[in-house]
Design a protein around this ligand. Structure first.
Ligand code: NDP
Ligand code: HEM
Length: 491
């Protein structure tokens, strides 16, 4: 602290990035009172050059988001199913960071797009970070990651006009009937949440647990909002301030009105999975509650806003590959694509050492033989004088060694599995979309048909016909209602 020469108040000295005190931050050095800026203005140049580098690439999807810190409290021990250290003792608390997002829009797009909402939770466990990178929907548009770039291209903006493109949206869905279940949810009343506090979260994917005995269970995670589901119609959403959901989250936490979710899981044994009628690893399908009831296991609460949006929310790097002992992936082929995609994106977006940035850094010690790269040394344990190769003879000097107990039990494959390309496009794409339609109220069915017709009425005749055929396979009444709503708009 030093005394301000003008006000006399104590203040923190202003410095350049090298730490040297700055005498004047308001005027550049010039050759005379009316003369030009000279080349020795290194502080001015540093300031402008750093400003030029303030942006990093926005996320290729889920670019607009809001996040907060909180806690997960375990209310039911899962030690029977998993060795995951944060799921052992009832009452155990784990710090978390949760980022909500929309999917298709850019970083400053509206919070009220008809779009899935991302629901990504980083659990800072004592055995490393576990990231549950889910959405507010229990399923997804695709069952194979090879279609993800095509899908996103079709739903984002038109490459020529940079405008929304309903033709491309429905042309993709017409050619990919596996999208019907998720697009039914998206076009339903739940397609535009009132705020982030009023959404459920789902792992959507089937993940796994394994226990001390090496037994594996397949798991789906559900985070049910304690604020209740609340949604907006298109008309209501159009009147909302663009960043209202972000403001709502920040204000509710600042005011001590902490949003919370009841955490539940569905469990399936390996034996059950072998014979269950639905492919348990197909991301376009749910496990019906009547077959696999939800088991309540905890509460998740958000109770602290970020101090700096860029440092924390923007640099946050969630990845489905951030797994911990006792929690694993599954044969879901979408999940496997994601195990690669996120860290790759983050190396490009944030840099090779993105996991050393404070919001991403594990809250337990990290020791490995990865070295160097931009900003190496944020974590001194990865930049010391010790060995930078393994195996070595230095375990007794504290150098890291493998933890054999963390090994995942072997995963059985289908018997006599052949490496080939298997066409899954004709797997049942319609039953669960139909089941969802049938559980909707009259008002929800109306909203669904009208929300679809808003876009579909702008698509070509062949795409409209193809979509009617898909709705009909889900439920005849579903198709009739959509046809009628499209006709009402094109009359
Ligand atoms: P259930 O009757 O046991 O459950 C129906 C579920 O549908 C409830 O979780 C309800 O959520 C949810 N729901 C209601 N309206 C919508 C909507 N517009 N969009 C998304 N979800 C909605 O039935 P099943 O388990 O047999 O599933 C039937 C259908 O329900 C599925 O095909 C699927 O579309 C949908 N669903 C199923 C889920 C599951 O994990 N089984 C999860 C979410 C949806 P809430 O309790 O919040 O009202
Ligand atoms: C973000 C790829 C499917 C949920 C991202 C990002 C990429 C990506 C590259 C940006 C990551 C970053 O820069 O930090 C993919 C691919 C998919 C896929 C290739 C399919 C193969 C899914 C599915 C879900 C999902 C099925 C939900 C169940 C999210 C969320 C984010 C995200 C929530 C934002 C995370 C955050 O808040 O930072 N995805 N994704 N994605 N994805 Fe996916």
């Amino acid at each position: 602290m030093s005394k301000c020469p003008f006000s006399g108040a104590m203040s923190t000295p202003l410095t350049a990035s090298n730490g040297a005190p700055v005498a004047n931050d308001n005027q550049s050095r010039t050759a005379g009172a009316r003369g030009p800026v000279t080349f020795d203005n290194h502080y001015l140049f540093e300031k402008l050059a750093h400003f030029n580098r303030e942006r990093i690439p926005e996320r290729v999807v889920h670019a607009r988001g809001s996040a907060a810190y909180g806690t997960f409290t375990l209310t039911k021990s899962l030690s029977e199913f998993t060795i995951a250290d944060f799921l052992q003792q009832e009452g155990q608390q784990t710090n978390i960071f949760l980022r909500f997002s929309t999917v298709g829009g850019g970083q400053d797009s509206s919070d009220y797009a008809r779009d899935p909402r991302g629901f990504a939770v980083k659990f800072y466990t004592q055995q490393g970070n576990w990231d549950m990178v889910g959405n507010n929907t229990p399923v997804f548009f695709l069952r194979d990651g090879i279609k993800f770039p095509d899908f996103i291209h079709s739903q984002k903006k038109n490459p020529r006009t940079n405008l929304p493109d309903p033709q491309a949206v429905y042309e993709f869905w017409a050619n990919n009937p596996q999208s019907l279940h998720q697009s039914t949810i998206l076009m339903s009343d739940r397609g535009i949440p009132l705020s982030y506090r009023h959404v459920n979260g789902y792992s959507s994917h089937t993940l796994s647990f394994w226990n001390k005995a090496g037994e594996r269970y397949w798991v789906k995670w559900h985070f049910k909002t304690n604020q209740g589901i609340k949604t907006l119609t298109n008309e209501q959403a159009a009147k909302m301030p663009a960043f209202g959901a972000q403001q709502d989250l920040i204000e509710s936490i600042d005011n001590g009105d902490f949003p919370s979710w009841t955490v539940k899981v569905q469990l399936m044994s390996e034996e059950e999975a072998k014979t269950y009628a639905i492919n348990p690893f197909d991301l376009t399908k749910v496990w019906p509650h009547s077959d696999f009831p939800l088991m309540e296991i905890g509460q998740l609460e958000l109770n602290k806003n970020v101090d700096n949006y860029f440092a924390e929310t923007e640099q946050a790097a969630f990845a489905p590959s951030n797994l911990v002992p006792g929690i694993g992936a599954s044969p879901d082929r979408m999940l496997q694509a994601r195990l690669l995609a996120y860290q790759d994106a983050q190396r490009y977006r944030v840099g090779a050492n993105y996991n050393q940035v404070p919001v991403n850094a594990p809250r337990c010690p990290v020791h490995n033989y990865q070295r160097d790269g931009a900003f190496a040394g944020i974590n001194p344990a990865l930049a010391g004088a010790g060995a930078n190769f393994y195996p070595n003879n230095r375990a007794n000097q504290g150098e890291p060694a493998e933890v054999v107990a963390a090994a995942e039990p072997p995963m059985p494959l289908e018997q006599d599995a052949w490496l080939d390309i298997y066409d899954t496009r004709d797997e049942d794409n319609f039953s669960q979309a139909g089941a969802l339609f049938r559980l909707m109220s009259e008002d929800q069915k109306n909203q669904l048909a009208n929300n679809i017709a808003d876009g579909l009425s702008q698509a070509s005749e062949d795409v409209q016909q193809a979509m009617y055929a898909k709705y009909e396979q889900a439920d005849k009444e579903y198709a009739e209602r959509v046809k009628q709503a499209v006709a009402d708009r094109t009359r």
